[in-house]
Design a protein around this ligand. Structure first.
Ligand code: GLC
Length: 574
């Protein structure tokens, strides 16, 4: 195997790129990160208290899930007031201290923007619900039911979570549309006043210095203008492979072309705001080509979309290779893929990897070396497992419907769905130390949700000084990524499977020399199997940049490299 020397690098010369192309995002649920006030609920001051930890970890951007005023029936995704901080999370002053503290450490802050809906306690909906002639009625999606008596919902549309998305309002005898849960009525984006009001909210947070937004279920903003029915489908379980789910194809209730027109408006606002560069990342649960359409052909709409195919991807060479190829095909430069393995809605990745720390290290190596923006979910860097909590006590609004189900049935459905049905389980408090409550809140406080057992061995404190820990492995890869332009922003070319032993994935990341800047080539080798694998390296100039194995010695020139089980490493041409 031969690798081009840097000056001959075949990569694309990278023009000056915006900061977010090279960033690594760390997702924080404020409620579960760190409780500074001592009431058992994480808060904004808690995040500020942990900024040094985050800066030392080496991530670049913090994404905060919603902390706005809310009845918390969907843990903040049901917003009552977009401009206020929920009392349990602190105040606007706390937010300002957080953002200032983050910026002073070189960290960026991205907020969760829930454009699609509000809480039913939002004053707009309280007004709208007052009657058909209320001036704010049209801010939401209201329709008469089907004739003759109007007692049947206006269309056959199912919500994103499976049930009927239309809800009857006795007072006015009309139905309102809610893409998520009944207490989250959808805003009507066909009404210019709504669009204006939501863009004003964006301005409000831009003025407070935020560096971008994560857009919640952004492909749901608009519905078919003529309210036609959705077609039938054979699919029941939603997945990223098909738009079909719950036995219908939601072509009329999702992914409407007018949504892209609104996103163009939003993008123009963000880009033209005050000369600072910011980004938009969208949540679009859909097949790759549909997700990609939200970026526009050249990245002129959203900068990024979450790609969820990796969530369930088995850690096997063939699957990794296939996914990288698909991403490269669908997201060629200037588009960028994203690498997401866990989040606040889904099973934690380590629990899909059988709790195995070796595999978790290899997973991190993939996430931090493939082309794209990585999103690390809080606790992923310490291998925090999915908690197992009794469904009968779930606090997750989405899981309430299962509360009375026998556990055996819940377990069966969980198996069929391939995911947890209770989102509380991936939202357990961060394990900071072996103290009571995992150091998340003071020993005398009662955490809002149970702190999963086995805290001590996996806590931050237990791993911090241990160079063999998962946490140290994340830090090394994050450091290598920052030090290497090729790793953070270079082009990717996959090595043919035939060039490598079975089970090993290899790719080059390359930036060409441009102007004063030198080019760089790195070679990534990931051994996605539990046996040693020998790879012949014919280029004597390759040296070790980083490995999941802290004892790995750098090759000194042209020898065979024996990769350990589940080892991932990066070599750099000198
Ligand atoms: C998104 C969020 C999820 C929330 C839902 C409704 O899918 O990730 O947590 O419940 O939207 O806003």
């Amino acid at each position: 195997m031969r690798f081009a020397a840097p000056h001959q690098a075949a990569g694309v010369a990278v023009p000056p790129q915006p900061w977010w192309v090279r960033t690594v995002v760390y997702q924080i649920c404020p409620r579960s990160f760190f409780d500074a006030s001592g009431d058992g609920i994480g808060d904004l001051a808690g995040i500020t208290a942990k900024l040094d930890y985050l800066a030392e970890l080496g991530v670049g951007t913090l994404w905060l899930t919603p902390f706005y005023d809310s009845p918390q029936r969907d843990f903040g995704y049901d917003i009552r007031d977009f401009r206020h901080v929920a009392a349990e999370y602190g105040s606007l002053g706390d937010f300002q201290s957080l953002i200032d503290g983050a910026h002073s450490r070189g960290l960026r802050v991205v907020l969760d923007l829930v454009l699609n809906h509000t809480s039913d306690e939002h004053e707009w909906f309280v007004e709208a619900r007052k009657g058909r002639t209320n001036p704010q009625r049209d801010w939401y999606v209201w329709r008469d039911g089907r004739q003759p008596a109007g007692q049947a919902p206006p269309t056959n549309w199912r919500s994103l979570v499976g049930g009927r998305g239309w809800h009857y309002d006795r007072g006015s005898g009309q139905w309102y549309w809610a893409q998520f849960l009944p207490f989250q009525p959808d805003l009507n984006y066909r009404n210019p006043d709504v669009r204006r009001a939501m863009l004003d909210i964006v301005r409000y947070w831009l003025d407070r210095g935020v560096d971008g937004f994560r857009l919640d279920i952004v492909n749901a903003l608009l519905e078919d203008a003529s309210f036609r029915d959705n077609a039938r489908s054979w699919r029941f379980f939603p997945s990223h492979q098909s738009t079909g789910a719950f036995f219908q194809r939601p072509d009329r209730s999702l992914n409407q072309p007018e949504t892209l027109a609104f996103l163009a408006e939003l993008r123009a606002l963000i880009d033209g705001y005050d000369g600072r560069s910011r980004f938009l990342v969208g949540e679009v649960v859909a097949p790759l080509d549909v997700a990609r359409s939200y970026c526009g052909d050249h990245g002129e709409l959203l900068n990024l979309v979450f790609l969820f195919a990796s969530l369930r991807m088995p850690l096997r060479a063939r699957r990794i290779r296939e996914l990288i190829l698909q991403y490269e095909r669908q997201f060629p430069e200037p588009l960028m893929p994203t690498w997401v393995f866990s989040n606040h809605d889904r099973l934690r990745r380590i629990s899909r990897l059988g709790g195995d720390l070796q595999r978790a290290k290899l997973n991190a190596a993939l996430q931090l070396t493939a082309r794209g923006v990585p999103f690390i979910y809080y606790g992923e860097e310490i291998g925090m497992p999915q908690a197992r909590l009794p469904m009968a006590q779930t606090q997750d609004g989405l899981a309430h419907r299962f509360r009375r189900w026998p556990q055996a049935l819940v377990d069966l459905l969980r198996l069929l769905a391939g995911d947890s049905l209770n989102r509380d389980e991936c939202r357990a408090p961060m394990h900071w130390s072996s103290e009571q409550n995992g150091g998340f809140c003071p020993p005398h406080a009662r955490p809002w949700i149970s702190v999963a057992p086995a805290v001590s061995a996996r806590s931050v404190a237990a791993q911090q000084g241990d160079e063999r820990s998962l946490l140290s492995c994340y830090r090394r890869f994050l450091e290598a990524r920052r030090a290497s332009p090729a790793l953070s922003a270079g082009a990717l070319s996959l090595l043919a499977a035939s060039e490598l032993p079975a089970g090993v994935v290899g790719y080059r990341r390359t930036v060409a020399a441009a102007g004063e800047g030198e080019g760089e080539v790195v070679l990534v080798l990931l051994n996605a199997c539990g046996r040693r694998r020998s790879v012949r390296i014919s280029d004597p100039s390759l040296r070790l940049l980083v490995s999941t194995d802290v004892d790995r010695r750098s090759p000194t020139g042209g020898e065979s490299l024996v990769l350990g089980p589940w080892e991932g490493l990066v070599l750099r041409a000198r």
